[in-house]
Design a protein around this ligand. Structure first.
Ligand code: BJW
Length: 248
């Protein structure tokens, strides 16, 4: 069954001058990246406390790295889907744009997104636990687990944000500013339970932006959305693109 796209939404997308987009794991689900929560989510099989906290890494860096090495292997061959491509196209269509992603998979960049911030880091980067230096490392699998800094020999860690850690200041400031100043805020595929990212749609709304949500499930953000499009991101954005006359 074809999803009904409200006419007013198509008009709003055509007329928007400042657009911000917040994405979560759901935008990459149709590419094959597992989400965190929900029936098939990673947190059903793996404990965030044992794998995604600084305490877990201090306790057992080998275990944490094995998990990230496995996920790097899973993500490496995957390709962007129509939702990533729709967002990359939207960036080209509006005068002012920022993509705010919670995802670490790099699929937005692969789809051509440029004006973006990564709130939770990037799985293809490693950081020295002693020097704080960040380096890209796309080797799959990594030859040594846990990997060590070539320069000082200290442990490297994934350059991602774990629970209890602060988000990168520049990325968060950019995201806040975008939420405060945009006229349309699009939210795609996030359960809206992890803060501070989950506060951004509320910030946008309270500053007068139209909020559009795309997600197959109802989330805590649904009630504040001007339009909530219930469906898979790839399918809904394909429909939106058709309405807007865009080739994806
Ligand atoms: C589809 C789809 C399809 C499916 N199409 N959609 C109590 C209250 C408030 C806050 C806190 C609290 N207790 C603790 C906190 C803070 C904590 C937090 O928010 N916890 C909550 C869980 C309660 N936050 C933090 O700790 C953050 N840091 C912080 O607050 O720092 C403060 C500080 C300041 C100064 C000094 C020190 C500290 C950090 C959060 C880091 C999150 N990290 C992770 C892991 C990243 C690395 C990795 O990947 O390994 O980030 S956890 C995980 O959750 C990941 C995600 O980015 C994040 C959000 O998940 P997301 O993207 O929403 O995915 P899902 O799976 O939850 O949802 C998927 C959605 O897609 C669903 O809605 C589906 O329906 C949908 N979907 N298929 C479209 N085809």
């Amino acid at each position: 069954m074809r999803l009904e796209i409200p006419r007013e939404l198509v008009k709003a997308l055509n007329e928007a001058e400042k657009v911000a987009v917040l994405t979560g794991a759901g935008v990459s689900a149709e590419s094959g990246v597992p989400t965190f929560r929900g029936k098939e989510g990673l947190w059903r099989r793996y404990s965030p406390q044992e794998l995604a906290t600084p305490e877990a890494f201090a306790r057992d860096p080998q275990l944490v790295w094995e998990w990230y090495n496995w996920r790097r292997g899973l993500i490496a061959p995957l390709e962007p889907n129509p939702a990533h491509r729709f967002i990359a196209r939207l960036e080209k269509e509006v005068p002012w744009f920022l993509l705010i992603t919670q995802n670490i998979d790099g699929l937005h960049q692969k789809a051509g997104s440029v004006r973006m911030v990564e709130l939770h880091g990037n799985i293809w980067k490693v950081r020295c636990t002693k020097e704080g230096t960040v380096k890209e490392d796309r080797r799959v699998p990594l030859p040594e687990i846990p990997p060590r800094c070539e320069n000082c020999g200290a442990l490297l860690r994934p350059h991602v944000v774990w629970f209890g850690e602060p988000l990168p200041v520049d990325a968060l400031e950019g995201a806040m500013e975008a939420a405060e100043n945009c006229d349309l805020f699009l939210v795609v595929g996030t359960s809206g339970v992890v803060y501070p990212a989950a506060a951004l749609p509320q910030v946008a709304r309270s500053h007068g932006a139209l909020v559009v949500e795309i997600d197959p499930e109802e989330t805590p953000l649904t009630s504040l959305a001007t339009w909530s499009l219930q469906g898979k991101a790839g399918e809904v954005t394909r429909e939106l693109a058709r309405e807007l006359g865009w080739e994806l």
